[in-house]
Design a protein around this ligand. Structure first.
Ligand code: F6P
Length: 458
């Protein structure tokens, strides 16, 4: 448990008192509280071990607000106009979220005006001239079968004042933002600007990233689809590696700062001999270094398979190379190409040791995130969207929905962008990877694993 846990503020902002009877109230009347259905005011405990709770002493246990429909809501559905925007990189399941937002708002709450803003935050800015799309149950029918987002997306923030001007001009009551951490920072600033103007407009996020690096979530939507898709590349890489003398295959997968996709894909398709992730630095050279262990593997097994997250090994680039890296429109540092470095170093090393090498390199890149959501993610997206609609109609704002300890919860945006979910080198997940691959816990001297906070799902 991170020492700063005690200071975390889990309180979600609300626009005002809930005075409107919810159209879902009759349905809720019949519903009984059970282990699976908590009461409106109930809260979900942050800790899930006895020792964590005991360490907190006698104070109140930290908890998150439970998601779900409320009997009284803030917005009158007949007078509510909703906006939806999708921002940042693609991720499987965005269309599922759009579809479920629209159908929940329309079918259950009776909201009749829902607009889709095109191409991320650009959609609010007059000079881009992007049209606004009317979203209805009919127009979103079937979109879940498509990859990507029907609204288009873009990276980067826009002028917050202009975004809020647009919301006011259009009479938007609720804005749903489907986006990653950069987009959520934008959503937070939008909510703050709305607060400064004292306007009753809610901002609710559905966090999205295939990297699974958003904290306070068990898992982010689309992640399962993405790593499942990545297993195809690993399977092919294995076939290639074992079919040639000195076969070494390298698969590079997305994951800038968090190696979840690499870990899960490698566990799902249990063929990898090495998994390299940003959280666990490694050394190429020296006793016990990556190259020595790789050579030993190829000698004993005849071939080897390496799965590397794109953010792995960044510490191995020279300072000059690293300084040359720019940032993308979301402010993310552009990474050095670990795939190229691995190929160069393996090729040179095998040549120096007189070993035959047949090196295959596979980078499925965007292939893993542009596919439609698998059935598991489809369900997850739908349920996240339902939770987002309930929260927004109840007047919650400046928050995202998520699932924590398997329950749907409300999380202040501030928290969701406060840190990054990363693979814990001391955690169960990484140990499962070590057990499944047989790779040593440390590849080379001086390659110390990082410390990560306990805010993620793994
Ligand atoms: O959204 C996360 C991500 O898919 C990363 O895994 C990847 O590094 C990055 O986005 C790619 O960004 P872009 O879409 O801008 O090329």
């Amino acid at each position: 448990m991170a020492s700063s846990d005690a200071d975390i503020d889990f309180e979600v902002r609300t626009l005002g008192p809930r005075t409107v009877p919810s159209p879902l109230a009759p349905l809720l009347e019949r519903r009984r509280t059970s282990h699976h259905a908590v009461e409106e005011g109930d809260r979900i405990l942050f800790d899930d071990t006895r020792s964590s709770s005991e360490r907190r002493g006698d104070g109140e246990l930290p908890s998150l607000e439970a998601a779900g429909p409320r009997r009284k809501i803030f917005f009158d559905p007949s007078k509510t106009r909703v906006g939806i925007v999708t921002c940042g990189g693609l991720c499987p399941g965005i269309n599922n979220v759009i579809r479920a937002l629209v159908s929940e708002l329309t079918t259950h709450y009776g909201v009749r005006r829902i607009h889709g803003f095109r191409n991320g935050y650009q959609g609010f800015i007059p000079e881009y001239g992007h049209d606004v799309v009317d979203l209805t149950v009919e127009s979103v029918d079937g979109i879940a079968a498509l990859g990507g987002t029907i609204l288009g997306s873009s990276r980067g923030e826009q002028d917050i004042g202009q975004v809020v001007d647009c919301l006011e001009r259009m009479g938007i009551s609720i804005l749903f933002v489907i986006g990653g951490d950069g987009s959520m920072r934008g959503a937070q600033r939008i909510a703050e600007e709305i607060g400064r103007r004292d306007r009753p407009i809610g901002v609710v996020g559905v966090p999205k990233t295939i990297d699974n690096d958003i904290p306070f979530l068990d898992q982010s939507f689309g992640f399962q689809t993405a790593f499942s898709e990545a297993t195809r590349s690993i399977r092919s890489a294995k076939v290639e590696a074992r079919s040639a003398p000195g076969g070494v295959s390298v698969v590079k997968l997305m994951g800038r700062h968090s190696g979840f996709i690499a870990c899960y894909a490698a566990l799902a398709q249990n063929d990898a001999d090495f998994v390299l992730i940003p959280e666990v630095p490694f050394a190429f050279d020296g006793p016990g270094g990556f190259l020595e262990v790789l050579r030993a593997k190829v000698r004993s097994q005849g071939h080897a398979l390496v799965v590397a997250a794109e953010g792995a090994g960044q510490e191995l680039f020279t300072e000059a190379e690293a300084e040359g890296g720019l940032v993308d429109a979301s402010g993310n540092k552009r990474l050095q190409d670990v795939g190229r470095l691995l190929r160069q170093r393996i090729t040179a090393d095998f040549a120096a040791h007189g070993m035959e090498l047949n090196l295959r390199y596979i980078d499925p890149s965007y292939v893993i995130r542009s596919v439609p959501a698998n059935p598991y993610d489809s369900v997850y997206c739908t349920r996240l969207a339902h939770a987002a609609v309930h929260a927004a109609m109840a007047g919650r704002t400046n928050m995202v929905v998520g699932r924590w300890r398997r329950r749907f919860v409300h999380i202040p945006i501030q928290l969701a962008v406060s840190t990054r979910n990363r693979v814990d080198p001391n955690g169960d997940l990484w140990w499962s990877v070590l057990e499944a691959t047989g790779q040593p816990a440390s590849l080379g001297e001086g390659a110390e694993a990082i410390e990560v906070p306990a805010f993620g799902g793994q």
